[in-house]
Design a protein around this ligand. Structure first.
Ligand code: G3P
Ligand code: MG
Length: 239
């Protein structure tokens, strides 16, 4: 059974540094976080990288869709200046670079697989292969999550020993059957939809509940008291 720390840095430390950049993971570690979440996806030419949105406009100086650009094109973009002048020059990182940095920093990892429509199996396979190439067998394996059930099926089949989290916005009525089928150890749910009875029912079944994205300290406390194991926050700290 996985034992994540109570506080997980969301996209690194997305409230304090440009999300999903090396600066963001360094910031999370500097704040004492024990674990970070990030979003893994593919470039047009199949390079696994760390980036949240489908489109480039919000968090880079580029335009268009990540899935339509080659890694060579994406690597030239600035993914830091939008957040603040101090971060100008931060790049979109490759997945293997994020993994090695997290290892260097001693950060446990939750890799969320974010596939483009129609590339679910490829995205999962390539991202899992990147983890296999970068992550020492003796280290605590990354927690793999996705909103895409087909990605979790690939993870279950290719890396059965790596723990999985079923990512949902609202906990669906068939959570028990689906988590069982996918061999998940946790349900990662949007925190607004969580209340005591539901959390108690899920945890009584042997699954963990992890809640995103929780930046309010009082709400974090309330969720832990409800039985939620971990909260994803943009402002991580030592816990
Ligand atoms: O993995 C938790 C959370 O990151 C899921 O939502 O949109 O922030 O990737 P999103
Ligand atoms: Mg995410």
């Amino acid at each position: 059974m996985i034992r994540p720390p109570p506080v997980i840095g969301h996209r690194g430390a997305a409230g304090l540094a440009p999300e999903n950049t090396l600066a963001s993971f360094r910031q999370a570690a500097a704040l004492g976080a024990g674990m970070v979440e990030f979003d893994a996806r593919l470039s047009a030419d199949g390079v696994p990288l760390v980036f949240h949105d489908d489109g480039l406009a919000r968090t880079t100086n580029g335009v268009g869709e990540v899935a339509e650009m080659s890694w060579a094109e994406l690597a030239r973009l600035d993914a830091g200046a939008w957040f603040g002048a101090d971060f100008a020059g931060e790049a979109i990182p490759r997945l293997d670079r994020v993994l090695t940095l997290c290892l260097e920093l001693g950060l446990a990892v939750n890799m969320e697989i974010k596939p483009d429509a129609g590339r679910e199996a490829e995205t999962a396979r390539v991202c899992l292969e990147a983890v296999r190439g970068a992550w020492p067998a003796e280290a605590e394996p990354p927690l793999i999550s996705s909103f895409a059930r087909s990605c979790l099926e690939v993870a279950r089949d290719l890396a059965p020993a790596w723990p999985r989290g079923m990512l949902v916005e609202t906990v669906p009525p068939d959570w028990r059957a689906e988590a069982g089928r996918l061999g998940c150890e946790a349900i990662h749910a949007e925190h607004d939809g969580l209340e005591s009875e539901l959390v108690a029912e899920i945890t009584a079944s042997g699954l963990l509940v992890m809640a995103y994205t929780v930046n309010d300290k009082q709400r974090q406390q309330d969720l832990w008291e409800m039985g939620v194991t971990a909260v994803f926050t943009d402002f991580p700290y030592s816990s």
